[in-house]
Design a protein around this ligand. Sequence first.
Ligand code: ZN
Length: 160
Amino acid sequence: MIIEKNKVVSFHYRMHEIGGEKLEDSHDGEPMVYLHGYNSLIPGLEQALEGKTAGTSFEVVLPPEKAYGVRHEIGLKRIPIKHLLTKGKLMPGMIVGINTVDGPSEAVVVKVGKYNVDIDANHPLAGKTLAFDLEVTDVRDASAEEMSHGHVHGPGGHHH
Ligand code: ZN
């Protein structure tokens, strides 16, 4: 069965930054499960998986535009520490929770002051070229209910 719209795909992956360290490895747990064709993954990953079958392993390198986007200078902000969702001691490089007009999000701490903190609200992986080692472990048809919800139900997906 090949990966196309309305297939439920399970896959393992390792992700590292080109010229950098390993960032994520799904082999520590269950494979990632998603419904293909609903923009649930970063764009380049969904494109790379299109047409593949279960048992296929391959590698793909994604520039920022096809991964987590380019960095925006507007993402740099100074906000009161008490407005952070993350409590406790702050260190540069830490990922913290923030409230935005679009709801809760994440930002990276750049500099910590007494009352304010400089944060970078760009996605922590924005601006990075990422390499993925992918292994498709399962492909199945989505149920009518999954298609109408636009996401996977059951193991690795939504429970409701
Ligand atoms: Zn649902």
